[in-house]
Design a protein around this ligand. Structure first.
Ligand SMILES: [Zn+2]
Length: 143
């Protein structure tokens, strides 16, 4: 969030805790060739604290799509659902990879709403994943 200073030590804690993977689309900083952003899960503008449990690692694309949202429409039901919360929820319970490893499939209302809102299957991400799969670097192994 603009204007919020996140201490360097806290940024580093978040990056390492996430194993340098975007906590939404699982893109690796190392494969993407750029540092991810530190995302306030509950946005600063909505009272979210700058503390380890309210921060996650998010690539520029996910962060840019999420903005200050905390919920979105599940395309299967049309209902508004909370976005995935990487601090409180496990990725594997809400998402899975397509057979070829290039697309993220939402398994729950929250997962489906997040895939849509954060554009987790944006064309550039899908094409990058295909390359990463071809060199045996994707999908990432889950902890
Ligand atoms: Zn991402």
């Amino acid at each position: 969030m603009a204007g919020v200073v996140i201490p360097a030590q806290l940024r580093e804690l978040v990056r390492q805790r996430a194993a340098f993977l975007c906590e939404y689309c699982r893109a690796s900083e190392w494969l993407a060739g750029q540092r991810s952003h530190i995302d306030h899960i509950l946005p600063d503008s909505k009272g979210g604290a700058t503390t380890a449990d309210n921060l996650c690692l998010a690539c520029a694309a996910c962060n840019g799509s999420k903005l200050d949202r905390t919920e979105a429409v599940d395309p299967s039901t049309g209902r508004i659902e909370p976005l995935f919360n990487p601090s409180r929820q496990r990725w594997q319970e809400h998402f899975t990879w397509s057979e070829d490893g290039t697309r993220i499939i939402g398994l729950t209302p929250c997962g489906r709403a997040t895939v849509e809102a954060l554009r987790l299957n944006r064309p550039l991400a899908v094409s990058a994943r295909a390359v990463w799969v071809s060199v045996g670097r994707h999908p990432p192994k889950e902890q």
